[in-house]
Design a protein around this ligand. Sequence first.
Ligand SMILES: Cc1cc2nc3c(=O)[nH]c(=O)nc-3n(C[C@H](O)[C@H](O)[C@H](O)COP(=O)(O)OP(=O)(O)OC[C@H]3O[C@@H](n4cnc5c(N)ncnc54)[C@H](O)[C@@H]3O)c2cc1C
Length: 380
Amino acid sequence: MPRDDHGLAPLYLALREEAQGLCDSVAAFVDEAEESSEFDVRLQDAFRKSGLADLLVRGRDGGRFEEIDPLAICVVREVLMESSAQLDALFSLQGIGSYALGLAGTDGQRARWLPGVASGELLPAMALTEPGVGSDLKAITTAVATDGDDLVLTGTKSFISDASVASFFTVLAREGDGHSLVLVPAGSPGLTVEVGPELIAAHCIGDVHFDGVRVPAAEGRLGGAGEGFALVLATLTVFRASVAGAAVGLAQAALTEAVRHTRSREAFGRPLARHGPVATLLADSAMEVEMARLLAYRAAGKAREGAEGSLDYSSMAKVAATEAAGRVVDRCVQVMGRFGLVRGSRIERLYRQARPMRIYEGATEVLRLGIARSLTEQID
Ligand SMILES: Cc1cc2nc3c(=O)[nH]c(=O)nc-3n(C[C@H](O)[C@H](O)[C@H](O)COP(=O)(O)OP(=O)(O)OC[C@H]3O[C@@H](n4cnc5c(N)ncnc54)[C@H](O)[C@@H]3O)c2cc1C
């Protein structure tokens, strides 16, 4: 389908073009990069040169706009994911691991790290998940304690994106009765990284061990003691809405593959796309992609306004768009028949890449609980 403007202002349409320019610049090697869990320095280089990383940092810290714009992030992720999950990961992780630093960091903390994040030179990582704890983050066991002028961090974080290449980690840790966020530079004594495992869709991931890691308190804690969860939720409000944008991009890419295939392949004397059941699957998919896109943009717009209830909107958009992407890519494989099953083909890769999106940054079932909880509180 031709890409219409979906009512987006010229600023966002220009960002789409910019993101497309990045995708085009890596076309020669992106397929190879998509199947590797190794961090790809060619993609990183192209990403850095694109200048898009500056969308993820506020103007005062070297970013492009005065405030970080969630709709800009959402729109860019949609375009990147339509071409490459690895580009989408590069872009989004740049923001996920640094957003709390921009919100709550001191002048010194921000000056040390954020200009390098904005230029794409430094890579942040967000470390919440642990071997024994995923969705139930309040049960984490990684702990931080004050010792003189230092903070001392002990515990293990698991499934951390870009663990082996990150410049710094934003770590959620238990502190007394509450939870705090601690910024830990990579290479700190006592910090070790274990690479892997291989996922169904290639992704650079690893476990991070903190064995009595010391950071000066003034440089380490982000915000006050006990403010960790509020900062994580602020991060998720912005980035969950952008996962929805990425899911829309993935679904659109699958639909484009399926339309091209079913238009050109004939069975029983007609193109597959002219057979009623296939046409229905294509039409349902087009409708779902469009609905998901509109909700993603709406949630990102709400997050930009900092509107009340915007976390719920971001959760709704994330669930709706990632679940829709799962259904769409499954239908697309179906209408492509055996050609949808060929390992390494674009549609097969999209099928695998869609799956983790329903689990990371809040599994569908967990987000539904939060949405329903708010609903029951809102209606008299
Ligand atoms: C590609 C990828 C990248 C990741 N990157 C990072 C990262 O950079 N940093 C980081 O910290 N983490 C990261 N993660 C981890 C991710 O955040 C967790 O996988 C996610 O939070 C879910 O936790 P879990 O996998 O332990 O699932 P669990 O918490 O064990 O839950 C398993 C399943 O049980 C169900 N469930 C759980 N709780 C409930 C409930 N209360 N009600 C109903 N159903 C429920 C859901 O279906 C859920 O999928 C990444 C994961 C992936 C796949």
